[in-house]
Ligand binder design. Structure first.
Ligand SMILES: [Fe+2]
Ligand SMILES: [Fe+2]
Length: 376
């Protein structure tokens, strides 16, 4: 068994490549030492919802498992690993695998014979799991395990450092708001809800637009930044009770350009211009008020120029704005808001697939609005 050339891993942290690309590169390098390693995948744990979600994968043969999530407490074996911090080796999967779950069915269909599962932690809490699979039995010997554990800590570092970056940007915005003494104009609950609606839509349109799980997760992470530019809008306009006049409207609309300048500066200050997803962050901020027929602002951009991440965030943001109460209006019932989105889609303003995706998820919408309501 050859040792894995550790120095080669260093360039996993260089350059503007997505985590998925870097995982594929790492898989290639690992195969130099473990040629029978057919799949490396990483699932993320969302503690607030107790759900484990597919996130990154590098799958050599067969069909990849994507867009899949389930409550962690439903998997006794993974839950036990999460709690104990132990790793699990399965040498003969078909002999031990249970029936019933989509994951079990998928594992059997792919013909994986052995696997090695490692829980990942960040700051004492469960971050997720790394799964290594092989089409051959008994691949994960003690030596192989030792090498793969090293790879796991690198995967953990790659993911954690990206997440820390996003959290740092959100925290900086919060500090800027507090510093400017702004009251909570965009409630935390609005951001919680709209980012979840955005993820819901992204997951549903993923096959049509070719979005991977990492892209879907990033939309969820970055959506709360959409109105970051509002910290530059004067209180008398931002917090005005009642509708804005034309002059006030045009000042309000500058929050998009202010937002672009701000994220550009933050990414420069934090040296994040290389971050693979800086383009997604910029697109969400820059295009979240653009409409596909060119009637939005600030650019009046049209359909082909409006990226999918912005189309998704726009639908999620409008839906939450319609269903939330404002000083000058009641919150609309879900049906009425969905009908309005449908009308806008038919008028060529919103992406019809994003609107349809949201409309199909009534139960989840109700769950999100119940869990993250504005009033205690
Ligand atoms: Fe906005
Ligand atoms: Fe918003």
């Amino acid at each position: 068994m050859t040792e894995i050339p550790i120095p080669h891993f260093v360039d996993l942290f260089a350059g503007a490549r997505s985590l998925s690309e870097r995982l594929r590169q790492m898989h290639e390098q690992l195969r130099a030492a473990v040629p029978l390693l057919d799949r490396v995948a990483c699932a993320l744990y969302d503690e607030s919802e107790d759900r484990l979600k597919t996130f990154l994968h590098s799958t050599l043969t067969g069909e990849a498992l994507r867009g899949y999530e389930f409550p962690l407490h439903e998997s006794r074996s993974l839950l036990a690993l999460a709690r104990s911090g132990e790793m699990r080796v399965l040498d003969h999967i078909p002999k031990v695998i249970g029936q019933g779950s989509e994951h079990a069915r998928w594992l059997q269909q792919q013909g994986y014979q052995s696997s090695f599962t490692v829980p990942m932690y960040g700051q004492g809490t469960l971050l997720g799991f790394v799964f290594f699979d092989s089409l051959q039995p008994e691949v994960f010997t003690a030596t192989v395990q030792r090498d793969l554990v090293l790879a796991c800590s690198l995967i953990n570092m790659m993911i954690s450092s990206e997440m820390a970056t996003v959290r740092m940007m959100l925290a900086s915005t919060q500090i800027a708001r507090d510093f400017a003494n702004l009251r909570d104009f965009e409630t935390g609950a609005h951001l919680e809800r709209m980012s979840r609606y955005a993820r819901l839509i992204a997951r549903a349109v993923a096959p049509r637009y070719g979005l991977d799980d990492e892209f879907v997760e990033n939309i969820y992470q970055f959506a709360p930044l959409h109105d970051i530019g509002k910290i530059g809008i004067p209180d008398r306009i931002l917090l005005k009770e009642g509708s804005l006049d034309a002059a006030e409207h045009s000042i309000m609309e500058t929050h998009v350009e202010l937002g672009c300048t701000l994220v550009g500066k933050m990414m420069g200050d934090f040296r994040l211009n290389d971050l693979p997803h800086s383009a997604m962050i910029h697109n969400i901020v820059a295009y979240h008020h653009e409409l596909l027929d060119g009637s939005g602002y600030p650019k009046g951009a049209k359909a082909p120029d409006i990226p999918i991440e912005a189309r998704i965030v726009t639908v999620a943001d409008i839906f939450d704005a319609l269903t939330s109460p404002r000083p000058y209006k009641e919150g609309w019932p879900t049906d009425r808001a969905l009908a309005e989105l449908q009308r806008m889609a038919e008028a060529g303003q919103l992406d019809p697939h994003c609107v349809a995706a949201l409309a199909q998820e009534r139960a989840t919408i109700d769950d999100i609005t119940r869990r993250f309501c504005d009033t205690p």
